[in-house]
Design a protein around this ligand. Structure first.
Ligand code: FAD
Ligand code: NDP
Ligand code: KYN
Length: 442
């Protein structure tokens, strides 16, 4: 398709989606529903047959944005049935008692721990059942030839496409093939997953919380699963993982750093040795679209903007991309070239904003949550939210429990704090003046 999208009549384009992950599947359902036939290429075998991989991001926290998107394809209630609500953080200090920190002012709001595999399967089922959607598993895409209008497949002949939507994750092969202006910012930290199995048939920890063991420069977290296990994720400097090269060293570090869980992970040393260390990366690239003589390509989800997982927003944000693409197609009457341009313009500031907030939330989780001052501030914030309902809203609330565009949140928080600062200064001034007047009268 040429830059003006004129190669084919609107509606007649051959549309390919790369990646049957969370975003790819959701987008396939949305496009299929519009009557747009679409072929989805996925490098892995069908997970409904092959099963999920071990030790790779087992569960996810889905919140308002993700749920709003799932609602649009009728999967919200199904997802919630498969999920466990987490109403706050349970903070486990190195020494002393754990403490619970609610996510919302009323203590009622929760983020939802859901199995990535289950969510992906539900979306795949929905895509499979949508007329016009063709799923092609075990097809690894190597890139796109935008001038020839071809999807390049490893070990198979190229296949034609006029529109290619790349939802192939943080290490996107499509993105790499386009040679965009790109920056991949890797943390020195990596992550490794471990499992706390059920204890005496029940949960070994409180299932209503996201557990955090903040240790200053590193942390461990745990999210509950429906089978009453917990998936723990260690976020450590990569060198620290490498340094624990014997079962004794692993056990000793856990007994020292995480004394309350060391005994809850029977396969600790074995899981530690065998589960992979994943990388943590923020990808910033621009533009997200490429217009060639034969095809237009757009990136979405992690392929366009991988963010570190510390706000639990990557999938939520990827789902928002899909909804925006669908909306832009409606607004442009199905004109792909204009719709994709509009999509990237609308989304970029939002994904930049959540990328920054996600990095900041790592410091909050691994360090700030331990401090008494932080806890007092949180309590004050929640008290203000209750008093000034709707006028003072915390960052956490706006990110996790609203669909306010991410880009608006930092400015809104600054504005609220400024007004609050003025109000506090005004109140202090008034109190001072009243005191002065009292002293003068007496
Ligand atoms: C440890 C960890 C915890 C996380 N926790 C959360 C959380 O709690 N909440 C949240 O919202 N987000 C979370 N995320 C982020 C979330 O996983 C991603 O943002 C989300 O999966 C992005 O969706 P996607 O569809 O863009 O990519 P993916 O879901 O990764 O899908 C990409 C798909 O493309 C396929 N693919 C890749 N390359 C090719 C190729 N060359 N050819 C064909 N197919 C290909 C992959 O196999 C995969 O199926 C977490 C991430 C990590 C690493
Ligand atoms: N923003 C972030 O920090 C992260 C985000 N994620 C997101 O979550 C999704 C699901 O995660 P998960 O299933 O655990 O997949 P992973 O990202 O852990 O790994 C999937 C595959 O990506 C490839 N890969 C891993 N690391 C690199 C690297 N440094 N450079 C190039 N390729 C790499 C490997 O493919 P192969 O075996 O073919 O080489 C690996 O098997 C990912 O697709 C990604 O979008 C995942 C990790 C970190
Ligand atoms: N899902 C995650 C995965 C990895 C790291 C954090 C999360 C979170 O969800 C953090 C949560 N939003 C919090 O702020 O407590």
């Amino acid at each position: 398709m040429a830059r003006d999208g004129s190669a084919r009549e609107p509606g007649g384009e051959r549309v390919a989606i790369v990646g049957a992950g969370l975003a790819g599947c959701l987008l396939a359902v949305l496009l299929g529903r519009r009557g747009v036939p679409v072929t989805v290429y996925e490098r892995r075998p069908d997970p409904r047959i092959a099963g999920a991989e071990r030790g790779r991001s087992i569960n996810l926290a889905i919140s308002a944005r993700g749920l709003a998107a799932l609602e649009q394809v009728g999967l919200r209630d199904h997802a919630l049935k498969q999920a466990l609500p987490m109403h706050g953080r349970m903070v486990h200090p190195a020494r002393g008692a754990q403490n619970f920190q609610p996510y919302s002012a009323d203590g009622e709001r929760a983020i939802n721990s859901i199995s990535r595999g289950e969510l992906n399967r539900a979306l795949l089922e929905a895509a499979d059942g949508t007329p016009g959607v063709t799923l092609r598993f075990s097809q690894r895409v190597a890139g796109v030839d935008v001038d020839a209008g071809m999807v390049l497949l490893e070990g198979a002949n190229p296949e034609p496409a006029d529109v290619v939507l790349a939802g192939d994750g943080a290490y996107s092969a499509v993105r790499r093939s386009l040679h965009l202006d790109e920056d991949a910012d890797f943390l020195a930290h990596g992550y490794k997953e471990l499992t706390i199995p059920p204890r005496d048939g029940g949960f070994a920890l409180d299932p209503d919380a996201l557990h955090i063991w903040p240790r200053g420069t590193s942390m461990m977290i745990a999210l509950p699963n429906l089978d009453r296990s917990f998936t723990c994720t260690l976020f450590w400097d990569k060198d620290d993982f490498a340094a624990l090269d014997t079962p004794e060293k692993v056990t000793a570090r856990f007994e020292d750093e995480y004394p309350d869980v060391a005994g809850l992970i029977p396969d600790l040393a074995d899981d530690f040795a065998h589960n992979p260390v994943g990388s943590l990366v923020t990808v910033r690239c621009w533009p997200w679209t490429r217009y060639g003589d034969g095809a237009v390509v757009a990136l979405l989800g992690d392929a366009a903007h991988a963010i570190v997982p510390f706000f639990g927003q990557g999938a939520n944000c990827a789902f928002e991309d899909c909804i925006e693409i669908d909306r832009c197609l409606t607004e442009t009457g199905g004109d792909w070239a204009r719709a994709l341009s509009l999509y990237q313009e609308r989304r970029k500031a939002n994904t930049d904003a959540i990328a920054e907030m996600a990095l900041d939330n790592f410091v909050e989780m691994r360090d700030r949550v331990s401090s008494r001052v932080y806890r007092a501030k949180q309590a004050a914030t929640h008290a203000l939210e209750r008093r000034l309902a709707g006028r003072y809203v915390s960052r956490y609330e706006l990110v996790s429990f609203s669909t306010v565009p991410y880009a608006e949140i930092p400015a809104r928080i600054r504005r609220q704090n400024r007004v609050l600062g003025l109000a506090v200064a005004g109140a202090a001034g008034a109190l001072g003046l009243a005191g002065l007047l009292r002293r003068r009268r007496s």
